[in-house]
Design a protein around this ligand. Structure first.
Ligand code: FAD
Length: 383
């Protein structure tokens, strides 16, 4: 398979790289250290019409495909995983609205999201159900033309910086997946508030926190997909999340490799460059092979996604599984190779490693994802 970029894709890559170098990279370290939301980078992406890459022009987007989105995400993640994570979350929510939003909501919200004027968040996780969203207990009680929504969502990316929340709720008392729905809830809704903010190991600039819903009145027109249609909606959105997380992982790993090669040439130990040691050569060759394999897995899955039938995107799941582990391994090797310096905050390596570590825990936690892929391969998925 040929994964070389065409002219348009090369232009996009240069465009995003320019933005990343001008408006993303210079702030990446402060964003991480001081838990700042990456507004400047997002503004630059907005000005370049890149916040709604897969939204059709009729709703104010660029109308590009998933491969273009992967290229942009990977490029951003080379410089700042926080910016890339918010970027992916925005596109994930846009995919949800596109797939299941009612026309009035699409017309109202998609242009604002695609222009970057407003940020969106996806709120599924709860304290008692993380990796298994099917056990979500937030309720949406039917009031005729609206729902009364109650619940608390945890670990939400862009929590209080977003203006629109795609929230997973239980819209009838039955416990099966058929009773779960997605509601788009606006920030101004009475009863919506924010709880604690999390200080985490990495990805601290993505404004991760609790979203609390206390007797929020949400019109039925805000349903994303049919009532009880969470599974179908998630199926339509998940490729974007999985491939987005995979692209962030590849971007992070790429930087770790480039930094390591450069360090191996320039760092002199006992009179000779570090790169002269065979053990160091082994490390960079392993990193390089892993990055190549990760990139191939990512773009193969991206290409497959362009023509994938509806249903669980197995190609994207497998790419996500492989590349998130790959990024942890590569950034860990990079840290080892940088010695004591790599463990300090004076170099980017430790941040790359901390950021990479978060990606096996979101957009499909590794173990349940493996179980899902394994079941599908064994023909054990319910039809
Ligand atoms: C960087 C980041 C960003 C996030 N952003 C969002 C967001 O925007 N919106 C949102 O809703 N959530 C978000 N989350 C939350 C994330 O989706 C959850 O952390 C994740 O679903 C896991 O839930 P949990 O933390 O409750 O883990 P738990 O459910 O407590 O699971 C803990 C561990 O148990 C194991 N495990 C769980 N289930 C199984 C199983 N079936 N089989 C085998 N092993 C299993 C896994 O190793 C798992 O890591 C984010 C998390 C991170 C790290």
């Amino acid at each position: 398979m040929d994964f070389s970029f065409n002219e348009e894709q090369k232009m996009l890559q240069s465009q995003v790289q320019e933005i990343a170098l001008m408006d993303v990279s210079p702030r990446a370290s402060d964003i991480d250290s001081y838990t700042l939301f990456p507004w400047e980078g997002l503004k630059a992406l907005s000005e370049a019409d890149l916040m709604g890459m897969m939204v059709p022009p009729a709703y104010g987007g660029a109308g590009s495909d998933i491969v273009s989105f992967i290229i942009a995400t990977q490029e951003l993640a080379r410089y700042c995983a926080n910016t890339a994570l918010v970027f992916v979350t925005q596109h994930f929510c846009e995919a949800g609205l596109l797939a299941g939003g009612q026309e009035e909501m699409k017309k109202k919200w998609l242009p604002m999201l695609a222009s970057g004027e407003k940020i969106a968040a996806f709120a599924a996780t709860e304290a008692d159900c993380g990796s298994n969203v099917l056990a979500a207990q937030s309720t949406a009680q039917d009031q005729g033309n609206s729902y009364t929504v109650n619940g608390t969502k945890v670990y939400i990316t862009a929590a209080d910086d977003a203006e629109l929340y795609l929230v997973v709720v239980r819209s009838n008392p039955a416990q099966g997946p058929q009773s779960l729905s997605i509601l788009a809830i606006e920030k101004e809704t009475l009863g919506l508030s924010f709880g604690r903010k999390y200080i985490r190991m990495g990805l601290n600039g993505s404004s991760n926190g609790e979203v609390i819903l206390n007797n929020c009145q949400v019109p039925k027109i805000n349903l994303v997909g049919p009532e009880g249609g969470y599974m179908a909606m998630f199926g339509a959105m998940s490729g974007v999340g999985l491939l987005g997380a995979s692209a962030i992982s590849v971007g992070l790993a790429q930087t770790a490799l480039a930094e390591s090669i450069s360090y191996g040439k320039q760092r002199i130990v006992a009179g000779q460059p570090l790169g002269n040691y065979q053990a160091v050569q082994f490390m960079v060759s392993e990193m390089s092979a892993l990055v190549d394999a990760g990139r191939a897995a990512l773009y193969q899955a991206g290409a497959a996604h362009l023509s994938a039938p509806p249903g669980p995107p197995l190609h994207a799941m497998k790419a996500k599984l492989f590349t998130t582990d790959m990024a942890i391994k590569v950034t860990d090797l990079a840290l080892q190779m940088h010695g004591g310096a790599g463990y300090t905050k004076e170099l980017v390596i430790e941040r790359l490693h901390r950021d990479a570590r978060g990606l096996t825990l979101h957009f499909g936690v590794t173990e349940p994802l493996k179980e899902l892929v394994g079941k599908a391969l064994m023909g054990l998925m319910p039809g």
